[in-house]
Every structure is written in structure tokens, then in C-alpha cells.
Design a protein around this ligand. Structure first.
Ligand code: URA
Length: 440
């Protein structure tokens, strides 16, 4: 069959057969289908969608385009977690140690920052010596020792997705529910997940801008999970403002320490503990606690020192340097400029995507694939949506690595642009609930 027929079938809104999808994924993986034909089919999928069956076949074929991890060495049910991306999202470094206190094991394969969203691997690399390239052969020993592994995804995990993702990025075909759902779920299946909690972020700092779209994506991934035999729960969380008090790599890892010592932001605690409750339930480790009791227990362990102990174990087992005061960072942040409120009023909104982009401009993320990031760069938020501020109060500050030379021009440019991210109101504004809904 000619590949042009497959493109035309989707173009005319027909369902693709399993055979046609197999041909597509095989050709993407072995490079036999040229980029322009792949891109044409991707655009036809964006415009005409996919049925649940097509989406599931696409997911499973992509999962099988490379190696599949075998996590059978884990005792019990290891729980995987994935976020669709956000700004200030430091959930993973908090969740893994918290779950370990319940005896829930995690083999977490994470990525680097993408666009305005930060990446967990970059965050862990702000700790001196921490090894993010763990070989799969070492997973069993590490799981036995601490119950946790945090590693970068290997190139052979769902390689078809890598090709498709790179093309989608440059052909305006990222924003498609079947393509996003199959991209995420193929990597989770290839990574050996048996139980999965997905954090679907929603709002200005997320791929899904509205609750309806987030719910649609959640349902698509739950349906793939069901067909692929993975117990899947989705937490839809708010990303209409950055999560917590910081964005940037060292800054976020310092905020992780604040959270683990009981001085963290409430929204971070709520998102982490909501995901933890669902993970512990999937792993069957509730110890007879009901949801409310379990949530309280998660908050207690997260903020009262138990998770901190596990966090240090995770860092030590992967070579991260620890001093008496906690982790040793590769670059410390220097607060170079404080930004003050231009008016009296309630903060009505903080555009998370724009703030994320400004953090990248300061050096916290990459503008091209080969950029070297400044681990000390980022933004601290002193006031969030709903807070009343007076003209001249500090609302946020701009940071860069303490040993970096960052031009005043750049700092002033970012400061001017950051004002466009904030909206103020004379009327009281409700604080945002970081959890929108939980679906299973
Ligand atoms: N994250 C992914 O892994 N894939 C997508 O398509 C979007 C977000």
C-alpha cells in the first residue's frame, strides 16, 4: 500500500486500520517515510482526530518501537507519575521520597525542560554530583536500597515518539489530543508502568488551556491505560499561575527543601499530597486509612521530616553531595533585581507561560537544544493570585547564578516584560485552588 493512500484516508476522515498505523510507526522508526509525508499525516490527524482504537494502536506501536523496560524486580506495584508540564513544577522530587515512606517504589524516567516548561532532570542536576544517567542494570539494586530511582529517559525508549515529537514541534501539530495522549502513554508503557498517576496541568502555563480540553486529554489517556492494562488516575491541576514560590532549577530544589522542612507553599503541598494519595491507593498501601486520613498522613510525612530522610537517601544513592545544611548546589541563585507592584490592588492573574519564557531568558532553560543552562537563574514569586499588594511591595524577583555576568539590559528588559504577565484588580480576587479535579 502506498503511504499516500494512508494520508488520504485520514485526510477524508476515515479510520485508519491497525495495519496502516503499523506501517506508519515502522516507517517513522526506520526512517523510510520522508518527513513531509509524516507531517502531512500528522496534520490530517490534528484536523480529523482518531478513534479510541486508532489512538490505542498508535500508542502500543510507538511503545514497541524501541526497548520495553522490565520492572518485575520491584516488589509490589511500582507507581509511575507523569506531568504534562508546567512552570514551577517541583512535584517529582517531593513525591518520590513521600511515596517511599509508604513502601511504594518508583522508577521515574524524566525529561529536560521543553519550551517554557521546566524539566525534572535539569532540576536534579542542580545538585552537585547527582547522576541522572542511571543504567537500567543498576535499577534493581537501587530499588532494593531506597525504593526510588530517578533517571533520564534512554534514547531507545519509544524512539518513534522522539521523531514524531520533533516534527510536531516544527509543523504546528503539537496541540492534538490523540497525538499528546499517545506520545505520553507510549513512553509510560515502554517504561514498564503498571500503575500511573497523571498530572494533567491546565491553564496559561500548560498545553491544555481550558478545563474541557484537560478533561478530554485525561479521558483519552485513561481509556488507553485501560486497554493497555495500566491502572490510570488523572489529577487535573491548575497551571494558570506558576506552582509554588519559585521557577528555576536551584531555586526549585531549594523550595523542595523548604517544603520537606514544613516551610513550603500550600499549593505545592496540596498537589503533591493529592497525587500521593492516589499513588498509595493504586499501590494498595493505604494501611486501611480512608482518603481523608491518608491525605493527612501524606501532609504529615511530607512536611514533618520523614520524606526529608528519604530525599537524602535518594540524593546519596545517586551521588548527590550533601552537607550539614542539605544538598550542595552547582550554582547558587543571586537575587539580582526585585520587581515591585505598580499599583495598589489584588493580584488577578500571573501568566505562567510568559513567566516561564522570561525565566528561560534569564538562563534557567534552553533557547536552542545545545544551550547550557544557568542553574541559579529563575524567578521568585512573593505574592500569588488573590494577594492584596500595595504599590511598591515586592511581587517577584529575578535571579541568576551568583558567579554569572548578566547584563543590566537583560534584567531591565525582563523586568519590563514581567509587568505584562501580571493583572491587578480593585475587587477582591479568590485564591486559586491548585486541584481542579481527579478522574479515574
Ligand atoms: N508531553 C509529551 O511527552 N508529549 C506530548 O505530546 C506533549 C507533552
Amino acid at each position: 500500500m502506498s503511504f499516500v493512500n494512508i494520508i488520504e484516508n485520514k485526510r477524508y476522515g476515515r479510520e485508519l486500520t491497525d495495519e496502516e498505523i503499523k506501517i506508519f510507526v515502522k516507517g517513522v522508526t526506520d526512517g523510510s517515510i520522508p518527513d513531509y509525508q509524516i507531517s502531512a499525516l500528522l496534520m490530517a490527524i490534528v484536523l480529523n482526530g482518531m478513534s479510541d482504537r486508532e489512538m490505542t494502536t498508535l500508542t502500543l506501536e510507538m511503545a514497541d518501537s524501541g526497548e520495553r523496560a522490565d520492572l518485575s524486580f520491584c516488589e509490589g506495584i511500582p507507581v509511575d507519575k507523569h506531568s504534562t508540564g508546567g512552570v514551577g513544577d517541583k512535584v517529582t522530587p517531593l513525591l518520590l521520597p513521600l511515596l517511599a515512606t509508604f513502601g511504594v517504589t518508583s522508577v521515574k524516567l524524566s525529561g529536560r525542560g521543553l519550551g517554557f516548561t521546566g524539566g525534572t532532570i535539569d532540576k536534579f542536576e542542580s545538585i552537585k554530583g547527582f547522576n541522572t544517567a542511571v543504567s537500567a542494570e543498576d535499577f534493581p539494586a537501587m530499588i532494593k536500597e531506597t525504593g526510588m530511582v530517578l533517571s533520564a529517559q534512554t534514547p531507545n525508549l519509544a524512539p518513534a515518539d522522539k521523531v514524531l515529537y520533533a516534527l510536531r514541534d516544527v509543523t504546528g501539530t503539537v496541540d492534538s489530543i490523540p497525538l499528546i495522549a499517545s506520545s505520553i502513554m507510549s513512553k509510560k508503557i515502554a517504561g514498564g508502568a503498571k500503575a500511573l498517576v497523571l498530572d494533567v496541568t491546565c491553564g496559561s502555563g500548560a498545553f491544555m488551556k481550558t478545563v474541557d480540553r484537560a478533561e478530554e486529554l485525561a479521558k483519552a489517556m485513561i481509556s488507553i491505560g485501560k486497554l493497555a492494562g495500566i491502572k490510570t488516575v488523572v489529577v487535573i491541576s491548575d497551571m494558570d499561575q506558576p506552582l509554588g514560590r519559585t521557577c528555576g532549577n536551584t531555586l526549585e530544589m531549594q523550595e523542595v527543601m523548604e517544603t520537606l522542612t514544613g516551610k513550603g507553599a500550600e499549593d505545592v503541598v496540596k498537589v503533591v499530597c493529592t497525587i500521593a494519595v492516589n499513588s498509595v491507593k493504586l499501590a494498595g498501601k493505604t494501611g486501611g486509612l480512608n482518603d481523608k486520613e491518608l491525605y493527612g498522613e501524606c501532609v504529615r510525612r511530607l512536611t514533618g521530616g520523614e520524606a526529608l530522610k528519604k530525599y537524602f537517601e535518594l540524593l546519596a544513592s545517586q551521588g548527590g553531595q550533601l552537607s550539614a545544611g542539605g544538598p550542595v548546589y552547582v550554582e547558587l541563585p543571586h537575587e539580582a533585581m526585585r520587581v515591585t507592584a505598580p499599583v495598589d490592588g489584588y493580584i488577578k492573574s500571573i501568566r505562567a507561560d510568559a513567566v516561564g519564557n522570561l525565566s528561560v531568558l534569564l538562563g534557567a532553560g534552553r533557547q536552542t537544544k545545545d544551550d547550557i543552562i544557568d542553574h541559579g537563574a529563575g524567578i521568585c514569586f512573593y505574592a500569588k493570585v488573590g494577594t492584596y499588594v500595595k504599590r511598591g511591595d515586592v511581587i517577584c524577583s529575578l535571579c541568576h547564578g551568583i558567579d554569572r555576568n548578566v547584563s543590566e539590559d537583560l534584567l531591565f528588559d525582563v523586568m519590563e516584560k514581567i509587568y505584562d504577565c501580571y493583572e491587578f484588580s480593585d475587587e477582591p480576587v479568590e485564591e486559586r485552588d491548585p486541584i481542579i479535579m481527579v478522574l479515574d
